[in-house]
Write a protein that binds this ligand. Sequence first.
Ligand SMILES: NC(=O)c1ccc[n+]([C@@H]2O[C@H](COP(=O)([O-])OP(=O)(O)OC[C@H]3O[C@@H](n4cnc5c(N)ncnc54)[C@H](O)[C@@H]3O)[C@@H](O)[C@H]2O)c1
Length: 345
Amino acid sequence: MKKKIKKILVTGGSGFIGTNFINLISKKNYTIFNIDKLSYISSEEKFKKIKNPKKYFFKKNNLSNINEIFNCLNFFKPNLIVNFAAESHVDRSIEDPLYFIKNNIESSLNLFHSYAQYSKINEARLIHVSTDEVYGSISKGLSKETDSYNPSSPYSASKASQDLIARAFNTTYKTDIRVINLSNNYGPYQFPEKFIPTLIFHFLKNRPAPIYGRGENIREWTHVEDSSKAILKTSLSNKKFFNINIGSGKKVSNLEIAKTIFSIMKKRKLTSLTNQNYLKMVKDRPGHDIRYALNTKLFRENINYKIDKNLKNGLNETISWYINNNSWLKSCLKKYKFNRLGLID
Ligand SMILES: NC(=O)c1ccc[n+]([C@@H]2O[C@H](COP(=O)([O-])OP(=O)(O)OC[C@H]3O[C@@H](n4cnc5c(N)ncnc54)[C@H](O)[C@@H]3O)[C@@H](O)[C@H]2O)c1
């Protein structure tokens, strides 16, 4: 890419990572256009912290409408597109795989196809945000970019499909789509149905928090600020790669995460639960992957960003964020009541 990147189109910029990413890039003098369908999980625009509102535009739009994507590309003329748009909750993908998979494949396919036409006459790159879940569960070792995909849930299968379509577009239409395989994220604006906010919310309300199965599932946790910075640096890099793994290397079981959050909140006198009653073991998720872990050598050797937020500090800050952003939390809880989803028998 020869041109300096000035205009960034973000798709799915009203979700958890998209909101954090836009808050970050709005401090850096880019002009930003956010397209989001605004689903139950999206944060309302009023919660964004945009540094220069004159350089930020939002359009409510479903990527299932391909004509609208063409219009937005031709109107805004971005040099960089970062795609976060997807349904993202595994339990909901188990509950309604038809809606979920259709949304994720159709939205990305439409975006890639529109971008392929647009980039014939405009220099632009597309960064597609994917997940470590596409590699499937590995009991030991680390997943490399060259490993084959082995998804287990309707969610990860839909994400794997998006990545394969991106690869096919690059081969066939010579597009410049790059895929970031990101590990589990936590931090501000994460919808309460996800694991870490569920724990924080239950402990704050003095309710034992649900843990699926035996809580032994291991995830690699990265703070969303680190991820946003790493995604931006990767997006701007001219190094040649198709997909790249990004993660903190911090691999922790669900039980350990729950224990750490509980001990921080207990110390800060934010909960009256005790060591004996802070958890409630519940039926496991069908097909629950045991462990994800990424090999991030490609990222560490080629992208000038060091992921370094300490997990305990990051969790402590996240707890404070949820306490200090009660109006945001209230708006989420109008749409979600902690009902269990994704059980099939
Ligand atoms: N959160 C994580 O831990 C994590 C980890 C790895 C990868 N990812 C991936 O990163 C991306 C962002 O994740 P997130 O946690 O912010 O997700 P999220 O569910 O919080 O936000 C996704 C946003 O995309 C929008 N969207 C979905 N379908 C759309 C469509 N058809 N048209 C327009 N907008 C649409 C939603 O309205 C929502 O605002 C996703 O693609 C996800 O698969 C997330």
